[in-house]
Design a binder for this molecule. Structure first.
Ligand SMILES: *[C@@H]1O[C@H](CO)[C@@H](O)[C@H](O)[C@H]1NC(C)=O
Ligand SMILES: *[C@@H]1O[C@H](CO)[C@@H](O)[C@H](O)[C@H]1NC(C)=O
Ligand SMILES: *[C@@H]1O[C@H](CO)[C@@H](O)[C@H](O)[C@H]1NC(C)=O
Ligand SMILES: *[C@@H]1O[C@H](CO)[C@@H](O)[C@H](O)[C@H]1NC(C)=O
Ligand SMILES: *[C@@H]1O[C@H](CO)[C@@H](O)[C@H](O)[C@H]1NC(C)=O
Length: 468
């Protein structure tokens, strides 16, 4: 009964006629006509958030670029057989991955930005100190400013932000994210320990302040009263297995092959007018702005997701990017992500090259749980990037992949039956809902079957593959 009520809530339709879940899986995305069809708009996706508050713009469960949904107690679905009572089982382990929360853009418009960015209301702390003994460091933080005597500022962007950096909205979203995880995996399911210094949890991030500062917000939400500091594990950045840390020449050569297919050139043809209009308006005619939609999408969502408007031509401030143009940029960006990680002929090899080692590390955790070697470990949380979440979803065989947006998350839950067999099962939630894949909806499957889905993406010899 409980699960039925949840399905009705999750089935509530948005104004545009989509359920929240449907906004994750646009049916025509694997086709360039999806990009040019303006009647699709954003396919129910939301690209708007306030500057200084946690974002709650969208109905729960909707694809929201600024703040993706995450497991939340009010809507959290128990695995089908557990909810129905046909199986008695308890959760024994959570492997949680997430992209950092919202931020300023990486890419500043070559023609200049028509507005300043303000980050004064967020303090990026910077201090280090001795592990034992003293003295305690003075807690300094970064404070960005613009010096009007700096001639290079002309034509760049005014204000008090770094590009990129986490924003106050992103930090507050992170705290909310952690509070909600704690309500599900702590209060409801009893998996999280009451204190993080118990040897039952493990945290990791990339080398980027975006992921590190997201961790500070999210983990504060999980443990609001914890007073100490916590280790956030990182591999040495030049060999890191996340965020393309290690060097591997086959990554760029494979990407070149992907971007040389007829589908790829079709997507550039159908967007020729759009790209040319934006090039003129924003001074963005270089290949780095024209060859993919990465930069336009990044710049536009960085504005919209932090309370700013779409950009205008700095020479003529009535000449601005329209909502229709932005929507087409976002559709093209979604098409590209689906193409990179699902639809291109080299996708399996590309995932192996970019993310295979990390997927292998996740499988090692699963094997440890299965073989009783995980000790007390209950919860691992890794803070990474879109470029990590995308390939993991690709490896899972997600039916359709939109750009994994701010705070997007994958929860690998491991459950154990409470019968004589003590069998291990898995389920995989993507941004709060069981992920829909070519292997079916991953709501309840043998842990061994989940391992079998992911194993082909773990290269046996990454160095040979990289040199090939
Ligand atoms: C455009 O998308 C709409 C749905 O929003 C669909 O009904 C229509 O057939 C599409 N048009 C083309 C030309 O693909
Ligand atoms: C940047 O700030 C300076 C000083 O306030 C101002 O003169 C200039 O017009 C601003 N430029 C932009 C692009 O906002
Ligand atoms: C400025 O842009 C608006 C809107 O595109 C246009 O109508 C107008 O002619 C432009 N002004 C100049 C001086 O180019
Ligand atoms: C995408 O479409 C192409 C061409 O129709 C097809 O060959 C391919 O299997 C599709 N891929 C996915 C992941 O749906
Ligand atoms: C336990 O395992 C046995 C042997 O594989 C199987 O026949 C039985 O159905 C299992 N019991 C449950 C409750 O899954």
């Amino acid at each position: 009964m409980f699960s039925k009520a949840i399905i009705i809530v999750a089935g509530a339709r948005l104004a545009l006629g989509f359920t929240p879940l449907e906004t994750f899986y646009p049916p025509g995305l694997n086709d360039t006509s999806y990009i040019s069809n303006s009647s699709i708009g954003t396919y129910g996706g939301v690209y708007q958030a306030p500057t200084r508050e946690a974002s709650t713009s969208a109905a729960y469960g909707t694809y929201d670029y600024c703040t993706m949904p995450h497991p939340r107690a009010q809507e959290y679905p128990l695995p089908g057989p557990v909810a129905k009572g046909t199986v008695k089982a308890k959760i024994v382990y959570l492997e949680y991955l997430q992209r950092h929360q919202r931020r300023t853009p990486y890419n500043i418009l070559p023609g200049g930005e028509n507005q300043a960015y303000n980050c004064d209301d967020f303090l990026p702390y910077l201090y280090g100190g001795a592990s034992s003994g003293g003295p305690n460091p003075l807690p300094v933080y970064g404070k960005t400013y613009s010096d009007s005597s700096n001639p290079f500022l002309e034509g760049y962007v005014n204000g008090t932000c770094q590009f990129p950096q986490l924003t106050i909205g992103g930090f507050l979203d992170g705290v909310q994210h952690g509070e909600d995880l704690s309500a599900v995996y702590g209060d409801k399911l009893g998996l999280f320990p009451s204190s993080p210094d118990s040897g039952k949890v493990w945290f990791r991030s990339s080398e980027s302040p975006l992921t590190q500062q997201s961790a500070g917000g999210v983990l504060r939400g999980v443990w609001p009263n914890y007073q100490g500091a916590l280790p956030l594990h990182q591999q040495t950045s030049s060999v890191d297995t996340v965020n393309e840390g290690y060097s591997c020449s086959a990554i760029s050569s494979t990407l070149s092959k992907i971007e040389s297919t007829t589908e790829w050139s079709d997507h550039l043809s159908v967007t020729a007018t759009l790209r040319s209009e934006l090039a003129t308006m924003l001074g963005a005619s270089s290949s780095s702005w024209q060859d993919t939609f990465d930069h336009f999408s990044d710049n536009f969502q960085g504005r919209l997701c932090n309370g700013y408007a779409l950009p205008c031509n700095v020479q003529n401030t009535s000449d601005c990017v329209s909502t229709a143009q932005a929507d087409e940029v976002f559709r093209a960006g979604d098409w590209e992500w689906n193409y990179y990680w699902r639809a291109n002929p080299y996708a399996q090899q590309y995932i192996q090259l970019v993310e295979g080692l990390f997927i292998g590390e996740i499988l090692t955790h699963f094997q440890a749980v299965k073989n009783g070697k995980a000790g007390e470990m209950k919860y691992s949380h890794t803070f990474v990037h879109d470029g990590d979440i995308g390939p993991v979803l690709g490896a899972l065989g997600i039916n359709v992949l939109r750009w994994p947006a701010m705070g997007s998350n994958i929860a690998f839950e491991i459950w154990q039956t409470e019968d004589r067999n003590s069998t291990f099962y898995a389920r995989v939630l993507y941004s709060g809902q069981p992920v829909e894949t070519i292997h079916g909806t991953l709501d309840w499957l043998l842990l061994d079957d989940l391992i079998a889905i992911l194993q082909p993406y773990v290269p046996t010899d990454i160095e040979a593959l990289c040199d090939a």
